[in-house]
Design a binder for this molecule. Structure first.
Ligand SMILES: Nc1ncnc2c1ncn2[C@@H]1O[C@H](COP(=O)(O)OP(=O)(O)OP(=O)(O)O)[C@@H](O)[C@H]1O
Ligand SMILES: [Mg+2]
Length: 236
């Protein structure tokens, strides 16, 4: 079942064209790695889905319904969650209050159970629930950013550069957690990453984006062995 479809999506910031006709599809429960270097258009693509970047042409469809033009809060109500590049936790709010901000679409009666679910994925967040988010380590802030987004019980999770600035051992841990969460929730994920090797290891399919265009797309195993990809993104 196709959950998300992008058809010829162009994002323009004034005269700057960030993406040129991106077409992508993501099925229910599938993880797609969106890999590419600085300025390739990864974040702009995720923001276009969220209603956070100006889509100058093309369509974004969720379950067949066109959602471009909707506000981000409305896109969340369509079952999409977003964790931005740079984590962007609220540093002066407690961990618990950060999690609550992610639950604005959730019926009040489901809040406690959802919090408990997040704490079971990320026990450190329960330990630190009363602590200011700004005092967490980088890895803990990334876990909080993921958990905050997932509080809304999404069907599709857009995750932008979770590995940025984290030690390899923490990146591996976050990868294992993502797989666990994706499996237990039947979640579809788009993982936008410069760390191509790591992202491809987590995703069934990979799309390579460069200069605002999808250059190559296919099963991660196939993309990983592509000569150009190996040379340009994997340094081998
Ligand atoms: N708000 C903005 N205003 C103007 N130009 C922008 C804006 N945001 C992004 N761009 C431009 O759009 C292009 C794509 O940027 P984008 O942030 O989507 O790339 P990215 O693949 O996420 O890069 P990175 O890996 O550095 O995060 C770049 O040329 C960038 O300079
Ligand atoms: Mg980016």
């Amino acid at each position: 079942m196709t959950l998300l479809e992008l058809r010829d999506v162009e994002v323009s910031y004034g005269s700057v064209r960030a993406t040129h006709g991106i077409s992508l599809a993501v099925d229910e429960g599938e993880t797609l790695a969106l890999v590419g270097s600085n300025g390739a258009g990864k974040s702009s693509t995720l923001k276009a889905i969220m209603g956070m970047a100006p889509v100058s042409s093309g369509h974004v469809r969720l379950n067949g319904v066109v959602v471009n033009g909707l506000r981000p809060s409305q896109v969340v109500r369509h079952g999409v969650a977003y964790s931005p590049e740079g984590r962007r936790v609220f540093p002066l709010l407690s961990v618990l209050d950060n999690l609550r901000t992610g639950a604005f679409t959730l019926p009040k009666g489901r809040l406690a159970a959802r919090l408990a679910q997040m704490y079971s994925y990320f026990p450190v967040l329960r330990e630190r629930a009363g602590q200011l988010a700004g005092s967490l380590s980088g890895g803990e802030q990334q876990m909080l950013a993921i958990a905050r987004a997932l509080m809304s019980c999404p069907r599709l999770f857009l995750l932008d550069e979770p590995s940025l600035g984290l030690a390899p051992v923490i990146v591996q841990r976050i990868g294992r957690l993502l797989i666990e969460i994706q499996k237990s929730e039947g979640l579809a994920v788009i993982l936008a990453e410069q760390n191509a090797l790591w992202a491809m290891g987590l995703a069934q399919r990979t799309a390579v984006i460069d200069l605002g265009r999808i250059q190559l797309e296919g099963p991660s195993e196939v993309v990983r062995h592509n000569e150009d990809v190996r040379r340009t993104y994997l340094g081998t």
